[in-house]
Design a protein around this ligand. Sequence first.
Ligand code: BGC
Length: 759
Amino acid sequence: MPDIDRIVEQMTLEEKAALCTGASAWTTTPVERLGVPELLVSDGPHGVRRVPDIHAVAAQSLPATCFPTASLLASTWDAELLQAMGEALATEAVALGANVLLGPGVNMKRTPLCGRNFEYFSEDPYHAGELASALVEGIQSKGVGTSLKHFAANNQESERFSIDAVVDERTLREIYLPAFERVVKRAKPWTVMCAYNKLNGTYCSEHYTLLTEILREEWGYEGLVVSDWGAVHDRVAALQGGLDLEMPGPKPHRTAAVVEAVRAGTLDEAVLDKAVRHILQIVFRGAETRAGGTFDAAAHHVLARKVAAEGMVLLKNDGILPLRSVDHIAVIGRSAKAPHYQGGGSSHINPTQVDSPFESLMALAGDAEVTYSEGYPADDSFQQSLIDGAAAAAQVADVALLYIALPSYKESEGYDRADIDLTAQQIALIRAVSAVQPRCVVILNNGSAVAMSEWIDGVAAVLEAWMMGQAGGGAIADVLFGAVNPSGKLAESFPLKLADTPAHINFPGDDGQVRYGEGLFIGYRYYDARQMPVLFPFGYGLSYTTFAYSNATVSAATFRDVDGVTVSVDVTNTGSVAGKEVVQLYVHDRKSKLVRPFKELKGFAKVDLEPGETKRVDIALDFRAFAYYHPGYAQWITEDGDFDLLIGASSADIRATVSATLQTTLDLPSRLDKESTVQDWMDDPRGRAVFEPTFQLMMAQMAQAFGGGDGNDDGAIGMDMTGFIMQMPLASILGFQEALLPMPADVIVEGLLHQVHGA
Ligand code: BGC
């Protein structure tokens, strides 16, 4: 690594300004006279979209392995596998001459309607952060950078370039930032990509709190902050906010604006220098990896098939799967031959090869007779004749396999979904086929939850195959025939209907703003709080075997927050085939000052078990597993008290619970003030110590004046005086009896506050 400070000193103002905006759609500006090369970035993240013409944004890219998209990756719950996939991606990036892969995206699935959910991991920030870290570590271990995106609160495609996401501080800290925070702190992505949207009134590309205070100062980020493509509106404001590199370029007027601002004294050159240093550091790091070579496309295709099979989720199975001794299979649905294996937009990969689900099925079907019916058209027309043909074929078969893919006009980058339904033709098709052939399996390709209430009762099995990548066709066959025992579990709740979803009345916003009114309660946090049924809960997925949980323990009955605890449980494969189980650990805080979700995922492990085998699973919980963000203290806090640690096979299937008592090591200042209620004073340890004598006296006087006060007697004015008093500000309640007091109520309260807070 050359001496970066020395290079910065030698650069002219114009060179520095030019470096901060790209030279093309995919490259940074080189400074040849000083030996500064260009950095080449390529889209992804589930493949390398290396566009040969660096000035073309949307052109066809060079062939590369199209791995499954993030919805499927998340459903694997398998960090090791994602690490391996990351390494393969990096090998391809090197071969194709890309220094940085633009992904992964860790935005939360706030609503199933977000058109880009297929590129995002989860509705749970811990889960997304864990899996994305593994992917980033895998990619970067081979000398290729990543771009963690889209920072932050980019949770919809509607008005995505300008929408103002209005998110309260605590929700931001607990839901929308932690996945970024985890990846930044643990995997240290070379670059972070800011989002297009505004966050609480400011474009993310200019957001000082986000890009500088939180990302750099709090989380210690040392890499490069790049704009999303076209997210910069004011180059100087963006530099001041903490955005280093604007993409794409070239944009000579932007460079000129930066030069002028420095000359006019409105932009401190030190701010520019800092951005230049961040960029140079990554440019030179990229140059350390020698580009070129080849990659083993066949081996990567095999890996893509493995990943795909691992993340498919078996949602329903009345025993029909795995398929055994079938003589006649009716394959129905055009996606059996024209697979829908990735989403539309910037992540679109030009695959090295594509498995046909139909051909892959034939390869495993032995002597069985296999027929094909299209079932539904490519466009949005309704064609009854296709339904009739499919039903006729299904009726004479032993089993009907329905391959149903959500068309890209209903789901893509760039626009949101209007509903969570399959097409009208697909629904009619499933109903018609299952009416004549109950042995009917539905295989879905989609990027986010779909509704199934209209047809699920009539079918024997449902396999969620997501956007499964180029080898997904083979992976479906593997799962259907039991060559792979499904072990994927959902990383998002599947609601019964759209109107049940948490953001329903606050999406997609209006008049340029979307208010995150559901706050902390997205996904299962919402369904828990509302005690509302869902079609399939977060963490859910079936297997061809069964698992039993036993001997759950916790490492300490009482523990300090900084020490954490480890939860352990035995998991046994009680069925007759080998299989993998995803053990999930949720934390329930029995009592907290601020409202908290009923439970939150804070750990998980995937275990591979032979029939009859038992393994002990240990999951460690740290400070953050118990903490919540308190906006009043502007920090993550823990409170003394009891926690239940729920060990589940899904968020709705808790198999064992252990409990432990946390002792906080925080010594937080008292937050009592003039508005604090009597209850606040009694709840605050410092407040209580100085206030208790006054409290006893006050209650006695109240009892005399009004009667009641013992919690039962409703006294003179028909209410429980204790309950009433506890909810009043201390200054106000004292004010009512000022005549009896030695001094005015305000003065008394000021004195007490002085004792609590000191001088
Ligand atoms: C997308 C990014 C992508 C970039 C470059 C943008 O429109 O939001 O995810 O990396 O384009 O193609």
